[in-house]
Design a protein around this ligand. Structure first.
Ligand code: ADP
Length: 185
């Protein structure tokens, strides 16, 4: 049995390696454990299906985000909590998606480039520095930080647990996690 759950898109934006996926997974785990209905759109996975074939020009990146935004909107209006983790480097398209969805919480996952590069989770910065990957965000492609995100997580200064707790309390504060609207079996 599903009770009325208020839908929202929680949009994690930031450089590669900033911690979007890590925080998103922790938030997902916590909310699932509490019984909320969740869906996830991860940039890397989406690029293998929904937006397969798109590249990294501004036009293609915008199209990638627009499609993720379209699906997020459908889910959000059906009461799902949608967790999106995608670099989404351009402010105008993030704002376009925000205004279309309405119930939109932007989380700026912020770590300085040198920290992301040190982490180099997927070895991509090394390749970008070597010129093996072109148009890599932060190296030879822009990242436009959100000006007024609902939340900023500085992952070089706070722990994963702190960031996760701050995302959850922001959702509570905004009224998206009313205690009586969880999915009950
Ligand atoms: P992104 O999805 O933004 O590309 P990932 O989540 O894949 O980034 O990688 C972030 C890396 O940073 C992980 O290896 C994670 O363990 C590490 N990390 C260190 N501190 C934090 C933190 N406070 N929050 C999130 N990730 C952190």
């Amino acid at each position: 049995m599903t009770k009325d759950q208020r839908g929202v898109t929680v949009w994690f934006t930031g450089l590669s390696g900033a911690g979007k996926t890590t925080i998103r997974m922790a938030v997902e785990q916590e909310l699932r454990a509490q019984g909320y209905k969740i869906e996830v759109l991860d940039g890397d996975i989406v690029r293998e299906n929904l937006t397969k074939g798109l590249g990294f020009s501004k036009a293609d990146r915008d199209e990638n985000i627009r499609r993720i935004g379209f699906v997020s909107h459908l889910l959000t209006r059906n009461g799902v909590i949608v967790l999106v983790s995608a670099i989404s480097p351009y402010r105008d398209i993030r704002d376009e998606v925000r205004s279309r969805i309405g119930d939109f919480v932007e989380v700026y996952v912020n770590a300085p480039l040198n920290i992301c590069e040190e982490r180099d989770v997927k070895g991509l910065y090394k390749k970008a520095r070597a010129g093996e990957i072109k148009q890599f965000t932060g190296i030879d492609d822009p990242y436009e930080a959100p000006l007024t995100p609902e939340l900023e997580c500085k992952t070089d200064q706070e722990t994963l647990e702190e960031s996760t707790a701050r995302v959850i309390s922001k959702l509570k504060e905004l009224g998206y996690l009313p205690a009586n609207s969880r999915v009950t079996a």
